[in-house]
Design a protein around this ligand. Sequence first.
Ligand code: GLP
Length: 239
Amino acid sequence: MKIIEKEDYTELSKEAAKIIISQIKKKPTSVICFATGSTVLGLYKELINKKNKVDFSKIIAFNLDEYLGLSKNNKQSYNYFLKKKLFNHINIKKQNINLLDGSTKNTKKLCIDYEKKLKKHPIDIIILGIGVNGHIGFNEPGSKFNSKTRIINLSKETIKSNSRFFKNIKEFLKKAITLGISTILKSKKIILLASGKNKAEIIKNFLKGPITEKLPATALRKHKNITVIIDKKAASLLN
Ligand code: GLP
């Protein structure tokens, strides 16, 4: 595992963008799985800033997770987020964007189909954040390390933490669809980003504590090609 400590959030975002851009330059047809959340915003801004220097037209995109029950036009949906914060600003082809649809009725089929698509297009690089409870995607504590794409009940901690993005529609914040841990681990390369003081405790437990399903991110420590990029504040409890 490679751990890169950066001075601050801006530097962290630049470092992550460098990795993504070099991946696309090396392999223009790269399959990339994108996370949502506040941590990745700086990275996406950096990618947009560099859009004249990088060709996104051949990449294939997937998203990591989505709230169940939100239509893709709902402003709180991850579908909307990724389009608004990244895809609408770069020359990615619409037909190459594969997003989980939270309004799907047949969720079992959705999960199976998504796994099939991912088998056909193995992920070259996946971008992850980490929840304050150690979740990756929406794989909440207790998620099996061999889990696949599925529906999950959100934990109380996640609901509390993510309710900052919601105003009146907390009722939607109960269930989600997420790539499973085994699905994430199949990615050829993983980058995980964490920034700020509120991530310091979980980063310490993720990197130094036991590998356990109680802290889903610890599954990543078994991966052969993972880079963790943290800023000083997130790294503050490591030594
Ligand atoms: C959210 C999402 C994840 C995200 C993580 C960190 O709940 N399910 O995809 O990476 O938790 O979010 P943030 O970057 O806002 O702290």
